[in-house]
Design a protein around this ligand. Structure first.
Ligand code: GDP
Ligand code: IMO
Ligand code: MG
Length: 448
């Protein structure tokens, strides 16, 4: 039997919407996916693993999701971990238990791709060991990874010796994989011996997760063909992309919009909307160049007001001004239909605000294009435009046009300098705390 080829969606067919982090992660994807997911039938995480920490509020209670898609709390939506994701099985089971008071994850509403790769205790140990070696090298090469085994698991996948999730839940295939690793990889057998309890629990949860494992990509394609609305949830952000980010200070997956199609096995022409989430300022956690970083009182103020501490590792996030050079690049790479400017409330009360519109490099002079090389970027100094700030509380909900003039001018300056269209602004961590702007209806209706 041959299946129908997927057609390009039109206004009355399915909508496939991709939501991407437009900066260095932690833009507030969890909050917005949770909000938008109300209009979706399927919410699919397309890359990364439990290095992600997506915060949202359910019934007033803060929940941080690391692996389960941020659509789980609506009821009725199917949530998917697609082929491009790496899964930590033990942590996933713990997360399912954590969300249980609000949402029950069942094989009917949580689909785990058999093609996804498995994070094992070996990969986590390898991540820690490599990072410690880079730290000891004192050459500034440490990446500051989350030490969740992400890089080593994707390396194993690319080397074609990784453990796919469909094989992980099959006791025979899992045993074969462990034997092959023990004979091929120095130290693997010794690790299994010295970390027996970890490996036993790793094997034990396989039986629990087996009923959730399926050909998730085929199910998603079928649903798309039936006109269902699909929301693809990115993790990390564009500037952490393995190919297009600030290599080597990146994560190990394809975080950009195109990565969603590769992960889900969806024809790019079937996608109907691509939206970016950006902060109204900028943060980064971990090492790597950050031209607009503020290591002064203003940076500390942004961190305190914005509560900029990692949702996964608790590390303080580095803070700085909005970077329009980086945002132009994110727009070029992803082709956003619109960008949500999040955490806008955090800027209230600042006397002045800055936007980097270009960089100045000591040898290359004025640079307007985001450089491919992290060393070049590290030597760049931002060229700023300065804007007056605003004081007093902003409206929490309603239309974006209700903002004070200085705030609107700042948004227009971001749009003009970055070549983006701002479709909403975040005014607080809660689901409803948002000012809605032009063209947002398309996103809320998931492009139907
Ligand atoms: P994600 O990884 O992109 O989902 O973002 P994180 O959850 O790591 O970090 C975003 C943080 O900002 C979380 O603590 C959210 O609760 C919070 N947050 C999200 N949107 C807003 C907003 O518009 N205003 C404020 N003040 N906080 C927000
Ligand atoms: P969410 O989805 C911010 C960063 C790490 C490190 C680099 C590589 O919550 O936005 P890894 O463990 O992936 O090998 O670390 O990437 N990083 C993130 N920074 N938000 C994230 O996810 C991140 N996931 C990884 O700090 O610099
Ligand atoms: Mg996060």
């Amino acid at each position: 039997m041959t299946s129908e080829p997927m057609k390009r969606s039109t206004s009355h067919q399915s909508g496939i919407t991709i939501v991407v982090g437009a900066q260095w992660g932690d833009e507030g994807k969890g909050k917005w996916i949770d909000w938008i997911a109300g209009g979706a039938d399927i919410v699919a995480r397309y890359q990364g693993g439990n290095n992600a920490g997506h915060t949202l509020y359910v019934k007033g209670q803060k929940v941080v999701l690391h692996q389960i898609p941020s659509g789980i709390f609506h009821g009725g939506q199917k949530c998917v971990l697609a082929a491009g994701v790496v899964i930590n099985p033990g942590e996933l089971v713990r997360e399912m238990e954590k969300v249980a008071p609000f949402a029950k994850a069942t094989p009917d509403n949580l689909w785990l791709s058999a093609r996804a790769h498995t994070i094992t205790p070996w990969h986590i140990a390898t991540d820690g060991r490599r990072e410690a070696q880079r730290e000891a090298a004192a050459s500034g090469s440490a990446i500051g990874t989350t030490k969740r085994g992400i890089g080593p698991t994707y390396s194993e996948k690319t080397a074609r010796s990784g453990l796919r999730f469909g094989d992980y839940v099959n006791p025979v295939a899992r045993k074969n994989w462990m034997e092959a690793m023990a004979s091929a990889v120095d130290g693997f057998a010794a690790h299994c011996e010295s970390h027996k309890a970890e490996w036993e629990s790793f094997s034990k949860v396989a039986a629990q997760l087996a009923p959730f494992v399926c050909d998730a990509e085929a199910r998603v394609r079928k649903a798309a063909g039936e006109g269902k609305k699909i929301l693809m949830e990115g993790a990390q952000g564009t500037l952490l992309d393995l190919d297009h980010g600030t290599f080597p200070f990146v994560t190990s997956s394809s975080t950009i919009a195109a990565g969603a199609c590769a992960s889900l096995g969806i024809p790019p022409r079937a996608v109907t909307g691509i939206y970016g989430i950006a902060k109204a300022y900028l943060t980064r956690v971990g090492a790597g160049p950050f031209p607009t970083e503020l290591t002064n009182e203003t940076g500390n103020a942004l961190r305190e007001r914005g509560q900029e501490f990692g949702a996964t590792t608790g590390r303080p996030r580095r803070c700085g001004w909005f970077d329009a050079v980086a945002m132009r690049y994110a727009q070029d790479v992803n082709g956003f239909d619109g960008v949500i400017l999040n955490k806008f409330d955090i800027l209230s009360g600042m006397d002045e605000l800055k936007i980097a519109v270009a960089y100045e490099h000591p040898e290359l002079g004025c640079i307007e294009q985001f450089p491919w090389n992290a060393e070049i970027l590290a030597a760049c100094k931002p060229v700023y435009k300065t804007f007056p700030g605003w004081h007093g509380d902003l409206p929490k909900t309603g239309g974006i046009e209700a903002l004070p003039k200085a705030a609107l001018d700042y948004i227009r300056a971001i749009e003009e300098s970055s070549g983006i269209k701002v479709v909403a602004a975040g005014t607080g961590p809660g689901r409803e705390e948002a000012l809605l702007g032009r063209d947002l209806e398309r996103l809320v209706a998931l492009n139907s």
